[in-house]
Design a binder for this molecule. Sequence first.
Ligand code: HSE
Length: 307
Amino acid sequence: MTVSVQVPATTANLGSGFDAIGAALSWHSFVTIEPCDSLVVEVVGEGEKEIARNENNIAVKAVRVFLQQLPNDIAKPLSKGFRLSLDNRFPLTRGLGSSAAARVGALVAANSLLGEPLSVEQLLKIATELEGHADNVAAALLGGIVVAVPTDEGISWARFLPPIEPRIALLVPDFPLETEKARSVLPNSVPRKDAVFNLGRAALLVASLSTGQIDRLRVAMQDKLHQPYRQSLMPWLKQVFEAALDAGALGVHLSGAGPTVAAWCDDEVKAETVAKAMWQSLKSAGVNGFWRVVGLDTQGAKVVQRG
Ligand code: HSE
């Protein structure tokens, strides 16, 4: 028995919704699992030279945690070992949720192979505990736009699809940024006025996306909780944001912890114009990168093959 899962890239925070809001993108990787006599990890595509092929692999760790939660008889087909194949189609350590995709893809594949012993809620809880925050994993698992907050009982989440079909221009700079490093520059506490600034905008963000009042996105994606601090690691950030807005983006934000920048647009032509403007701006700051226009993924992680 083999199960393959398609899992989307994700953009987290959307500016104001730090650690709580995420969106799934139409850019996918694939995770395949099958029972095996020992652990075998295969990686093709992004990260194929660097990614661990042993127990240190984050997707393997996710499967191990998953198996620990099952009675022995249910876990049995995978308890001796498994072959895990990662086909990574979007870049790693760029703020596009590659670790969330690996964990969620592996969890959904293993769960499907064993006849779905765990619920979506349980998978989300495991993935969030491994990831440290819920925004990317919730969007990768559920698709669409997701607000997800951890509670003592599990993750409380709500998912929606906007009534419009935004096109999202992604500018992917040519350097990796570990989330841990991008979190290390954040202060432990913030002024109340900055917290108030963000909570109003995060609420406006959800209201404008869910109703289609997208001319509010410019304000709704503004942030004072993480982007201003992360700018120390990405000095070109402000000028790239300005280039996106000047070229007609509805709103712009750092994708997750960065360094990718996501600019939301109302159509493909505008998104390409915005992407090129951001790329030029990045280049003028002496940093290489590439751009790509995507839409929203509406389904989240899904089984595409069982055999
Ligand atoms: N919310 C997380 C952060 C996302 O901004 O650190 C990391 O991808």
